[in-house]
Design a protein around this ligand. Structure first.
Ligand code: MG
Length: 434
């Protein structure tokens, strides 16, 4: 059984992910922890799964620090005191999904060994069931966001910029606008009502979902726009000209300022970062858990992913979209983002995905493996999925850890070649997924 993916457990509500499963995860985590911080994002199924996982924790004699509706990085802040964190979230997935992400007290997500230990407890039903007088105690922590906001404030300077924040109808409204206001910014919010139907836009902060934010930045003559994903561990931006600043460009900007000798990125990151910063670039598997692990191991001073995940180890090993927003505001206070954007090398990089029927996952992945290994390239890396190096570009074909999708990335020095690599990869993957 492989319950946990690279970002915890995720699935469709009441189909793959039931309250029963949440209670079992709670019982398993509670069997080996005396206390856990529990929080949730704004999904319709949040309260249901929050109650179930809390019930499991309490039954095992584990105390629950209930943070309520918070962002994942805020929950990570409370996990410092609690000893571990249980976040009820499906991050950027569509609204029908829910999930649970487990966090260490340093903010990093549970690694593969920790996750498989939890899986084993669930499989063997080796739960500790507490006697009546040792059942866990629930305490409410309504100020978790404020504690988190204070920590970020100490780590950043002041700014008078005008910023539009798109909260994605998620819990970001509890913290990002407040942090930026306290820095001295004039803040305008959109999608700041928590709503699990995501009426404003889909929760994934990609270019095509951010039209409203771009329009708001331009029409209100703001200095920048910030957009989060559903649980605000991620962040992307819009510059003062209304142009999208994606993860690849933000990685380059942050790395220039915060990476001293070494930085860690994932295998799907653009080679633009290698050309823009002097620090050594280490590449690792896709997933913030692997970035955190590598940042710790290599003592790097910054890490991240092109999905908009940024890890600043001077503060936390949890990707923190709010801290990243505050630090981007600091950068934009010194120089306009539109000016900085033009200095970052930009190679045509294309990203796509092919969905498959999860019922036939094993067979599809086996066919894909054969197909990928038979392709001609200069070098094939199988650190995570298949990274093919060509003379004039590269491609990454990688099964998603959280959704029944094969993700594709192609980058080259010319548009034509990138499109060419993408279409040949797309063909191979589509044939394997049939
Ligand atoms: Mg997220």
């Amino acid at each position: 059984m492989s319950l946990f993916g690279s970002s915890g457990v995720r699935g469709v509500v009441n189909k793959d992910f039931t309250p029963e499963l949440a209670a079992k995860i709670g019982m398993a985590v509670g069997s080996h922890n005396v206390c856990a911080a529990v929080g949730m994002d704004s999904r319709t199924s949040g309260p249901m799964i929050h109650a179930a996982v809390s019930s499991g924790l309490l039954s095992a004699g584990c105390d629950v620090f209930d943070a309520g509706l918070v962002t994942t990085p805020t929950l990570a802040e409370l996990a410092r005191t609690a000893g571990c964190g249980v976040m009820v979230t499906a991050s950027h997935n569509p609204p029908e999904y829910i999930g649970i992400k487990l966090l260490n007290p340093d903010g990093s997500g549970f690694g593969l060994n920790q996750s498989s230990a939890i899986e084993k407890i669930i499989e063997s039903r080796a739960f500790r069931l507490a006697p009546w007088d040792e059942v866990g105690i629930r305490r409410a922590f309504p100020d978790a966001a404020d504690t988190h906001a204070c920590r970020i404030q100490w780590a950043v300077g002041e700014s008078k910029l005008k910023v539009v924040v798109d909260c994605a109808n998620g819990p970001a409204f509890t913290i990002t606008p407040i942090v930026l206001q306290r820095m001295g910014c004039k803040v305008i919010t959109i999608n700041s009502n928590p709503d699990g139907h995501f009426p404003g836009r889909p929760p994934e902060p990609v270019d095509e979902n951010l039209t409203d934010l771009k329009n708001a930045v331009v029409s209100m003559k703001a200095d920048l726009g910030i957009a989060h994903d559903g649980d605000a561990d991620r962040m992307v931006a819009i510059d003062d000209k209304g142009m999208f600043l994606g993860g690849d460009q933000l990685l380059a900007l942050f790395a220039k300022r915060f990476a001293k000798k070494k930085l860690v990125v994932t295998v799907d990151t653009s080679i633009a970062i290698d050309d823009y910063v002097d620090a050594k670039v280490i590449r690792t598997r896709v997933g913030d858990v692997f970035v955190s692990e590598e940042v710790k191991k290599s003592k790097a001073s910054f890490g991240g992913e092109p999905s908009g995940t940024f890890i600043f180890p001077d503060q936390t090993y949890c990707p923190d979209g709010i801290l990243a927003a505050a630090r981007l505001v600091e950068i934009a206070t010194e120089k306009k983002l539109s000016e900085l954007r033009t200095k970052i090398p930009r190679y045509p990089i294309l990203r796509g995905a092919v969905s498959y029927n999860p019922k036939f996952k094993a067979a599809i992945l086996a066919t894909l493996d054969k197909a990928m290994r038979s392709l001609k390239c200069d070098e094939l890396l199988t650190l995570d999925g298949y990274r093919l190096q060509f003379e004039d570009g590269w491609a990454l074909v990688r099964p998603s850890g959280t959704e029944p999708k094969i993700r594709l990335v192609a980058e080259a020095r010319t548009e034509k070649r990138a499109a060419n690599i993408m279409s040949s990869m797309d063909n191979v993957v589509k044939r394997s997924c049939r």
